[in-house]
Design a protein around this ligand. Structure first.
Ligand code: WT7
Length: 670
């Protein structure tokens, strides 16, 4: 089982141990947690997670497998996610900061929103959504919001009503937003006029116009576009409003000041949100997460793995437009009454010390980021963090494999040799962590995520479904033996794709109602060491990981194919010092066209317009022909080997056109 794209090449490392100070204050320092969550106690063990929440009605069945593999957790239970993240904290914490908003321009003040103020603003927004938009439980709303407090306020307002939110990463294009909106069948789009990123004020509202236009072409009419103002009271976008369709939220809210909306008591198996992610086909899939299972899972993980206490100031740098932001900027920390930091901009703007000024000023003590950000900060200045007076007790890395050398720098310099590190492996589909150390119990091992978190039982399977034993050094498909409450319910409107993608390969009896027959296939290749620690090698499917962002090669390729001159397109992942991997895009032209810089630029522009700037190819190569098998299949692995400057291109005997290899090599290497 070879990972298809990037590959973590390092060996097993030595352990690092948590400090007595950390262990002394940790939420979970008792190793019996692993016994409580052993497979013999499945599924009853998960009661412990649900008990972290306030329920309107207790559940009668902890796990219902009758519709396998669409698992139902805490059946019969009723609760409200917004109530659990806001209302229930008012008694004890009403004047405590719930959200710190750090605008990118440093001359703008940091905004503090207390739990009381959050409650107020969420109520008013919920009243607006209910009254002005007519939204009710089960309806979907698409959000295309940047990193500002209006995003969690809108999410929580939806959750209060039982409305399903579907937030699309603000960096995605209007067209990408439209595809997701159409799939979710939303009639309301909520956006913002402008926001700051890397020093410029971006016109975001124009993307809404594009989204509405494209959605309409696909047969979906957007009835209302709600626009938050980045600067309340002032519309800052140059793009005009459309009469009767576009509404300024900040104006409308005046009609709802001091309105209260009772949290709607929702079934545990109701849906909290959709989060679109990339897979093997060109069409992104709507990962559907439940209310009770998801919220129980992320709350417990925030408490045990992130070690969040109510008095902590917690900063997860992920964008809320990705699952990490949903689980670990919004739902997990707020469910635990912590103070969560939302930073609008890029970590290295205006300089590489920005993060440390923020951490120092706010007293951040838990820090959560990606290897890409760590590599960029390290490159910008090896010793800069040491100049600042912040003190982290805990740090997280997530989203891509971290090189042991980068890990050690994170530990020594950013963590000043004091903070514990958790390397958390998980996915949009999993809702919360799957592999990580419990920081006060298990030692850290640079470059390895760690064992399954309590309640998660990972296993490596070969292509025939045989278990590869830990310590054998052999790689295989990383699977999870058991379902868990944070696991997605299904793919929105596409159960077949859900079953095919995650279970078809290893389920021997598709009629079975026994969870043991349904190992979950993650799509990652990995090795498990003798100590049970999992080292992730990379994706085995057509997904590439660029700076911790998950991109479908097919989505990029289909965007390239919209350019008139292009006949074929192939994307490969190439090693990059900062971003882990970046996309190289190979294209061939239709007869009658000659390669030119203009065509290459048209291709790049098409990818940025259709997918978004995050998918921008690092290089576009116009090749005379693609390396192909006799049956005409493009051999992407050969292109990847060339782009990665590998001497050994692997087996090329199946090629129908081996002569193109030398030509492509010349083009790529000059
Ligand atoms: C893919 C999931 C996890 C939330 C953010 C990304 C890769 C994730 C790690 C890690 C090595 C990792 C995997 C996974 N990945 N965490 N700690 N070490 N690789 O969620 O966008 O759904 O991407 O990210 O390949 O399958 P996502």
């Amino acid at each position: 089982m070879e990972p298809k794209h990037c590959e973590a090449r390092w060996q097993e490392e030595e352990y690092y141990y948590p400090s007595p100070d950390f262990i002394g204050q940790a939420n979970c320092a008792d190793s019996s947690v692993y016994d409580r969550f052993c497979l013999d106690n499945f599924p009853e063990c998960f009661k412990e997670m649900a008990e972290l929440l306030d329920w309107d009605k207790y559940w009668h069945t902890i796990l219902d497998t009758s519709d396998a593999p669409c698992w139902k957790w805490f059946v019969g239970g009723k609760l409200n996610a917004c109530y659990n993240c806001v209302d229930r904290h008012l008694k004890k914490y009403r004047n405590k900061t719930a959200i710190y908003f750090v605008p990118e321009p440093e001359e703008e003040r940091i905004l503090k929103i207390t739990y009381q103020e959050l409650w107020r603003r969420v109520n008013e927004m919920a009243a607006l959504l209910q009254d002005f938009c007519g939204l009710k439980a089960g309806d979907r709303v698409t959000l295309h919001l940047p990193m500002t407090p209006e995003l969690p306020i809108t999410m929580l307002a939806c959750a209060r009503l039982g409305v399903i939110h579907s937030q699309v990463f603000a960096g995605f294009s209007g067209k990408a937003c439209a595809d997701r909106l159409v799939d979710a069948e939303s009639e309301v789009l909520i956006t913002m006029d402008v926001y700051y990123r890397a020093g410029s004020l971006l016109d975001h509202k124009q993307k809404a116009d594009e989204a509405v236009k494209v959605a309409e072409e696909q047969g979906k009419k957007v009835k209302k576009v709600l626009i938050w103002q980045r600067y309340p009271g002032k519309y800052s976008s140059p793009t005009p409003l459309v009469e009767g369709r576009d509404f300024i939220v900040n104006d409308l809210l005046k009609n709802y000041y001091h309105k209260e909306v009772k949290p709607v008591s929702m079934p545990a198996e109701g849906t909290l949100f959709l989060m679109y992610t990339s897979g093997s086909t060109g069409k992104p899939k709507g990962v559907q997460h439940s209310i009770g299972g998801y919220l129980s899972y992320v709350t417990w993980m925030s408490k045990v793995i992130q070690d969040i206490h109510p008095e902590d100031v917690y900063w997860c740098m992920a964008d809320i437009g990705w699952i990490t932001g949903h689980s670990f900027v919004v739902y997990g920390p707020l469910a635990l009454a912590a103070s969560t930091v939302i930073y609008e901009g890029t970590p290295t703007y205006p300089d590489a010390e920005r993060c440390w000024r923020i951490a120092e000023e706010l007293g951040v003590n838990i820090f959560h980021t990606s290897p890409t950000a760590i590599r960029a900060l390290r490159k910008a200045g090896e010793d800069l963090p040491l100049k600042y007076n912040y003190e982290f007790k805990h740090m997280t890395t997530v989203g891509e494999p971290i090189e042991p050398e980068v890990w050690r720098w994170y530990y020594k310099v950013i963590g000043k040799g004091k903070a514990v590190i958790v390397d958390t492996w998980w996915q949009t589909e999993s809702g919360g962590f799957l592999c990580s150390t419990v920081p006060a119990i298990k030692p850290m091992k640079p470059g390895s995520a760690g064992p399954g978190v309590p309640g998660i039982h990972p296993v490596i399977l070969d292509d025939e479904g045989n278990e590869i034993p830990p310590g054998s050094g052999k790689a295989g498909n990383l699977c999870i033996k058991n379902p868990w409450p944070g696991l997605m319910q299904t793919i929105w409107k596409d159960r077949e794709r859900y079953v095919d993608t995650y279970y078809a390969k290893y389920c021997k009896n598709p009629k079975s109602k026994d969870w043991r027959d349904w190992p979950y296939m993650s799509g990652d290749a990995a090795v498990i060491a003798a100590d049970g620690y999992v080292r992730i090698l990379g994706r085995v499917d057509d997904v590439i990981n660029v700076a911790g962002h998950r991109l479908g090669t097919k989505e990029i390729e289909s965007a390239a194919l919209t350019v008139e001159e292009i006949a074929e397109a192939a994307v490969v992942a190439v090693y990059d010092e900062i971003k882990g991997t970046v996309p190289h895009l190979y294209v061939s032209l239709k007869p009658g066209y000659d390669p030119s810089d203009e065509i290459a630029k048209k291709v790049t522009d098409a990818v940025c317009d259709i997918v978004g700037k995050i998918a921008k190819p690092a290089k576009v190569f116009i090749v005379p022909d693609m390396p192909k098998t006799r049956s005409g299949k493009i051999l992407r692995r050969i292109l990847a080997a060339i782009s990665n400057k590998k001497e050994d291109l692997g087996d090329i005997t199946t090629l129908s056109n081996p002569h193109v290899i030398e030509e492509i090599k010349r083009l790529v290497h000059g």
